[in-house]
Design a protein around this ligand. Structure first.
Ligand code: ADP
Ligand code: MG
Length: 209
């Protein structure tokens, strides 16, 4: 049993995109996967509603006390992915507490503030009493040749959170596939985006083990 959450108090950084596609990748590996939609706006649930079937189970659960119930549900799955809410409060804290790995998508352009964001602090607070929670920043929506420079690496280390090697670029395929109720693997199985998701999923699994 492994619980991975995608969290960042900012909206639009790619939490839902990455949650859906990492869940799809884990399912494609033959794992029994649960996706918990912890966002009241329900983007992941909307994505699921566009389909007749989903390659993983999707449940909607957006409340402050979800940790216990997520852990209970997750016991029946090999992997659980939590798509977090677009703000940092009780629900986000509950997602962190339930997690083995917290992935924090960050847009390279927003580098001025993310290291001090509340979500980062919440992860630190949760780790203070559940030491086993691992975490990592994931560069998301990277534009073309943006160099992930020394500043970003040093900000990550200041925040005490590793920066994963896997990077997710800004690609139309991510937006189109999600809008059409597809996974990136269904949309473009051999495309660059599918490769990025595979690399990201592998790296997260390595961190959890
Ligand atoms: P969040 O869940 O953090 O609010 P979403 O995953 O819903 O973010 O992404 C917000 C918007 O940006 C969506 O329209 C989505 O399709 C688009 N988007 C997210 N990640 C990418 C990406 N890597 N490339 C292109 N568009 C993206
Ligand atoms: Mg979302």
């Amino acid at each position: 049993m492994m619980i991975i959450s995608f969290l960042n108090q900012k909206g639009g950084v790619g939490k839902t995109t990455l949650s859906v596609n990492v869940a799809a990748r884990l399912a494609a590996q033959g794992q029994k996967v649960l996706l918990v939609d912890a966002d009241k706006q329900g983007s992941a649930s909307t994505w699921a509603s566009l389909r007749e079937e989903t390659p993983f189970q999707v449940v909607s659960m957006a409340r402050d006390n979800l940790a216990k119930d997520v852990l209970k549900l997750a016991a029946d799955y090999e992997a659980t992915v939590i798509d977090g809410p677009p703000h940092a409060e009780g629900i986000a804290r509950a997602c962190i507490i339930a997690s083995d790995f917290v992935a924090l998508p960050i847009e390279p352009s927003g580098l001025s503030t993310w290291a001090s964001d509340l979500t980062v602090r919440q992860v630190g607070e949760a780790q203070a009493f559940k030491e086993s929670i691992k975490c990592g920043f994931v560069v998301s929506r990277k534009i073309g040749n943006t160099v992930i420079g020394r500043e970003i690496r040093s900000m990550a280390s200041e925040a005490g959170i590793p920066l994963l090697n896997a990077e997710i670029e800004q690609r139309v395929a991510y937006a189109e596939s999600l809008t059409m109720g597809k996974t990136i693997f269904e949309w473009s199985p051999t495309g660059a985006a599918a490769k990025e998701i595979t690399t990201l999923t592998d790296e997260i699994i390595q961190h959890v083990q």
